[in-house]
Ligand binder design. Structure first.
Ligand code: PGA
Length: 250
């Protein structure tokens, strides 16, 4: 049985006090969600400490949205994986399309970030996905394959055993357009095949989350697909009620 996961990516939203309120709202509904679902919230760096504090004993995990490529030192403005782990984060989102697109993250950058995450006991939530132009040119399989080959294929078997993948078609992020459940299943199954080619049977255990305008009204249908193991939620994670409704969609 693969792990089921719903992770909220708050992006650059909420002020610290609002983040704590949101986290408390999520924790308050935790008992209505199946224990079989791992719930994660990923606040901005500035709120991680207070959110971790407010989620103690709640069975809701905390992740960061990024980490530095380097271990420590003269890297103004960066936040290291070690710092994040020391605050109590268990997860870190890496390779989100917004990071790839606006901050020039490449596979080379991401290989370093993945190493830093594993060195500090963090589980990466590694994002892949094609943009609209690539989807229209029917290059989505090829794009996801290379994003996996260039980064995930460099992991050891042990590291791979502690990885979450998120498939997020860029054309569906924050646009209100969602991939259909069939489109999601098609590419999730393909991604699993690409993982199987390198890691064999261990690929069956790797959770693959869907992300991109996932909301209470479409989550149940998307999550019902065999190779969809949960969601990475942006906009709808900013309201505790909506996030909880998505968590209950399993
Ligand atoms: P969205 O974002 O749910 O707002 O589309 C998803 C994401 O970028 O992780």
């Amino acid at each position: 049985m693969r792990k089921k996961i719903v992770a909220g990516n708050w992006k650059m939203n909420t002020l610290p006090a609002e983040g704590v309120e949101l986290a408390k709202g999520v924790a308050a509904g935790r008992n209505e969600v199946c224990d079989c679902v791992t719930m994660i919230v990923c606040p901005p760096f500035t709120h991680i400490h207070s959110v971790v504090e407010s989620l103690k004993r709640s069975n809701v995990e905390v992740g960061a949205q990024d980490c530095a490529t380097e271990v420590k030192g003269a890297y103004t403005g960066e936040v290291s994986a070690e710092m994040i782990a020391a605050l109590g984060c268990k997860y870190v989102i890496l390779g989100h399309s917004e990071r790839r697109q606006y901050y020039g993250e490449t596979s080379e950058t991401l290989n370093k970030k993945m190493s830093r995450a594993y060195e500090n006991g963090l589980t990466p939530i590694y994002c892949v996905g094609e943009n609209l132009e690539e989807r229209e040119a029917e290059r989505h399989f090829e794009v996801c394959k290379s994003q996996i080959e260039e980064v995930v294929y460099n992991l050891t078997e042990e590291q791979f055993g502690n990885l979450v993948i998120a498939y997020e078609p860029v054309w569906a992020i924050g646009t209100g357009k969602t991939a259909t459940a069939e489109q999601a299943e098609e590419i999730h199954a393909y991604i699993r095949e690409v993982l199987r080619a390198k890691f064999g049977a261990a690929a069956e255990e790797c959770p693959i989350l869907y992300g991109g305008s996932c909301k209470p009204s479409n989550a149940a249908e998307i999550f019902s697909k065999e190779n969809v193991d949960g969601g990475l939620i942006g906009g709808a994670a900013l309201k505790a009620e909506d996030f909880l409704a998505i968590c209950k969609a399993f």
